[in-house]
Each structure stands twice: as C-alpha cells, then as structure tokens.
Ligand binder design. Structure first.
Ligand code: SAM
Ligand code: SF4
Length: 326
C-alpha cells in the first residue's frame, strides 16, 4: 500500500488521457494554448503499464480525464483493457459529455462505471460563450445517454465563475428536483498564466450556497460533516438528487485527500494546486525496471504535499488544469 508522510493512504489515480479538447472553456484553456506532441504522451501500453503498477501498490480507484478523454482514439478499447486489469475496482471518467450520445453504451459495455460531466450553465448562449462552442444540446443528449447506459449516479460539475455563470447556480441546483443527480458546485482554481484573472473571479462555496438558498430555501445536510470525495453534500427538501459544494480554494480538504494524478505526458502530479511532479514516463522509456519505477512512485507519494499556498499568493504556474487532468 502507498502512504504519504502525513499518514494518508493514497489509492486513487486520475489519468489524463490527452491534453487536447473539443471545447475551449474560458477558465480552462486560454487562447494560444500549446499541446503536447503525441510522441511525448502516454501511449496505450504505457497507460496500461502504469495502471498495473499503481494497482499493485494498492490503488483501486481510477478516473480517466484530460483535456477531454473521449477524443482519444481507441478510448473504448483502452477502457476495456484498464477495466480488466487486476486490482481496478472503480473506473470512472470526467467528461464534457459532447461525444457521450454515441459513446455511453460502448464505454459502459467496456467496463466504465460512472461519469462526472461538466456543465456550467443551462443557457445555450452562455454555454457558447463559456465553452466557445455551440454544443449544449449534444451535451444534454450525452448525459441522457449515460443515464440510459447505467453510468450512474450521474454527477455534474459546475465551476462557478464571477460575472460568467454565478446567476445560473439556482437553475442548476433545481435539476436535483427532477433527476437523481449530484450537482456539484466547484470553486474556480487559479492556474498558470490565467491565474490573476481567475483569482478575481473565484466565487466561494459559501457564497454559492447562500445564492442557492436565497432562491430555493434552506438546504438539508446529507451526512453532516462527511465528505463525498471532496464535496460537502446537501439536498433540497423534495429533491431526488444531491447538491455538493467543493471548496478547494477557501476550505481545502487535504486531510481527506487520497489521490494523485498522472499527466498526459506521464508525470505523477502529487497535488492539483502545487507544482510538485515526478517524471515516470522517461524512466519507463529508458529501461527502468519495474522495481525502480515502483520505488520512484512510492517515494514521490511519500512526499505528497499538504495544503495549497494560495493564501500566500503562490499559485501553481507550471501547468493548466487541462494539462494536469482535472
Ligand atoms: N474535459 C473534461 C471536463 O471538462 O469534464 C475533463 C477535464 S476538465 C479539466 C475537469 C474538470 O476541471 C471540469 O469539471 C472543469 O470544469 C474543471 N476545471 C477546469 N479548469 C478549472 C479551474 N481553473 N478551476 C476549477 N475547475 C476547473
Ligand atoms: Fe475542455 Fe474540460 Fe477544459 Fe472545458 S474544462 S476546455 S471541456 S478540458
């Protein structure tokens, strides 16, 4: 099993299958972003190698993300091979949903268990402004297809950005009256060259909750004090689903953190909001033995940081969210 120096057991790996995307969310992909050449990215056998390595270290939960994971060629077959790897017990994905109408059923058949979809507004025009693509109908069809294919419970991630979609939170929260979905509001996190702009646009989870309650009435806490992953959960009195708040900026949940991330170019990223990374792909390609790679991974995990440094004005500058794998 893999532990860090604070005694946290780390057993959850998020893998970025690509840093490319078929949307251009304004808070995620700035103009002129450059992408990693394919030859420098994890190839299918390398992804599978690392899934096996981490599974042997006691990792049981794996999430495929990006960039947009569904645009990776051969993603269904890759999911099938990951799902079949001994030790992989939970296999999930984070997606913008754009291609899910066609992919939900094959991915479910291949062994994908659940999906978190990103959906920041239900307004067609705002969706176009936010993502720079006219794709809301396809995304909603994709979410529906995932539900039909049994990729449930559906979770929706809503990043709330000042002056962009802060007025949309109540309408999104109301989805939980009609659907057994979990709608999770996420604080905007500052990354890379867009950090200054982003810090000004953070809407705290407390403010988001106050906005929802001002419109829809008091929310009831679900399992008070407990987190579901990183979300504090509530529900509307007659709701079928749940409403979550993820306060990575104002109230980080570091004590409960059990995850590390593998970037598309094969670096082990130890904390989303800190720059610490260890290159695993180069050693794999230059002949490191399984034992050497295992030691490299275990030593890196041991050094996993605690806490972000945003309060001291230190933002992670070496990568954007789409390059880390959100
Ligand atoms: N393309 C997929 C999607 O959008 O779901 C997966 C990758 S995306 C980077 C993963 C999640 O990160 C999405 O929910 C997205 O909204 C979120 N995200 C991107 N940039 C962010 C930022 N600066 N702060 C907080 N969340 C962010
Ligand atoms: Fe693409 Fe997801 Fe980033 Fe939007 S948030 S640009 S969908 S990677």
């Amino acid at each position: 099993m893999a532990f860090d120096r604070f005694g946290r057991q780390i057993n959850y790996l998020r893998i970025s299958l690509t840093d490319h995307c078929n949307l251009r969310c304004r808070y995620c992909m700035p103009e002129g972003i450059s992408f990693t050449p394919n030859r420098d990215c994890l190839q299918d056998d390398e992804v599978l190698y690392f899934v096996g390595l981490f599974a042997r270290l006691g990792f049981s939960k794996f999430r495929l993300t990006g960039g947009e994971p569904t645009i990776r060629p051969g993603v269904v077959e890759l999911v099938r091979r990951i799902a079949a790897t001994p030790g992989v017990r939970k296999l999930t994905m984070t997606s913008n949903g754009l291609l899910f109408a066609g992919l939900a059923e094959p991915l479910a058949q291949a062994g994908l268990q659940r999906v978190n979809f990103s959906l920041d507004t239900l307004d067609m025009e705002k969706y176009r402004q936010l993502t720079q693509r006219d794709a809301l109908p396809q995304v909603l069809a994709g979410i529906h297809a995932a539900e039909v294919a049994g990729l449930t419970p559906i979770k929706l991630n809503v990043v709330v950005v000042r002056d962009l979609n802060e007025d949309d939170v109540s309408e999104l929260a109301q989805l939980t009256l009609r659907h057994p979905w979990q709608v999770r509001f996420i604080e905007l996190m500052p990354f890379g060259q867009t950090a200054d702009f982003q810090l000004d646009q953070v809407v705290s989870a407390a403010e988001i909750q106050a906005r929802v309650e001002a419109r829809l009435g008091r929310l009831e806490a679900v399992q008070p004090g407990k987190l579901d992953g990183e979300a504090r959960l509530f529900r509307l009195p007659d709701g079928l689903g749940e409403i979550g708040f993820i306060s990575s900026v104002t109230q980080p949940f570091c004590w409960d953190c059990n995850r590390v991330r593998l970037t598309a170019d094969g670096r082990l990223r130890l904390c989303l909001l800190r720059e610490d990374e260890v290159d695993l792909l180069t050693p794999l390609r230059t002949g490191a033995t399984p034992e050497e790679l295992r030691s490299l991974a275990l030593e890196a995990i041991w050094r996993k940081p605690w806490g972000n440094r945003l309060a001291e004005g230190s933002v992670p500058a070496n990568r954007l969210m789409s390059q880390i794998g959100g």
